[in-house]
Ligand binder design. Structure first.
Ligand SMILES: [Cu+2]
Length: 211
């Protein structure tokens, strides 16, 4: 039974989500030896905002030591979830405590304001970089991650929640578990598969025992 259930996991829709990096042309970028800020925005309001609702000034630390308590992870951040009001201006100071480069990248922002829908800070090893952006006016949850190879898979994955958000993302340390279910499967699909397997087993048993 266990073997059957394990072999069915791929069919049940456990898999990986991949952020869209298909359109990285046309970014506005500022570069200094400490790192890079891409698509910074201090004062252009998103179309659904009449004014800046609130200013936030936040510090995010990144480094291997923050992954020490997260099973199976190598890289971590001290903050995996940031909550802000819709139409807020958010200043992030990203502090990289490792020797390798790390990024703090938000996806899903409006394309008319942020090329490829992203805002991105990159800090070289041992450096801190500050950047500012303005979130739109709707309640939404945005993916935050580091795009260096394997860093997201190894722990650098978080979420930015504007207002009440649009639900937690999967595999955010301390927030949600590592698997997600495809939208076309009902929430009770595991139970359904188990019942079908038990039914099949009992039918086979009955057929074999039939005189
Ligand atoms: Cu990284």
């Amino acid at each position: 039974m266990t073997v059957c259930l394990v072999s069915l996991l791929p069919v049940m829709g456990y898999g990986q989500q991949t952020p869209d990096h298909s359109e990285h042309s046309g970014h506005q970028m500022s570069v200094d030896p400490a790192g890079v800020v891409m698509n910074e925005n201090h004062d252009t309001l998103p179309r659904d905002c009449r004014e800046i609702s609130r200013d936030y000034s936040l510090i995010v630390h990144a480094g291997r030591k923050y992954a020490a308590d997260v099973p199976g992870m190598i890289f971590g951040m001290d903050t995996y979830e940031i909550r802000v009001q819709p139409c807020a201006r958010v200043e992030i100071t990203f502090v990289n405590e490792d020797h390798v480069r790390h990024q703090w990248m938000v996806h899903g922002l409006p394309n008319y304001l942020y090329p490829a829908g992203m805002f991105h800070i990159e800090a070289s090893g041992g450096n801190r970089v500050t950047g500012t952006f303005i979130v739109p006016g709707d309640d939404r949850t945005y993916l935050v991650h580091c795009d260096m190879a394997q860093h997201m898979e190894k722990g650098m994955r978080g979420q930015l929640v504007a207002g009440s958000g649009s639900g937690n993302l999967w595999a955010v340390a301390g927030i949600s578990n590592a698997f997600y279910r495809n939208f076309y499967l009902p929430g009770y699909s595991s139970l359904l598969v188990t019942l079908v397997l038990i039914g099949a087993f009992l039918s086979a048993f009955w057929l074999v025992r039939r005189p």
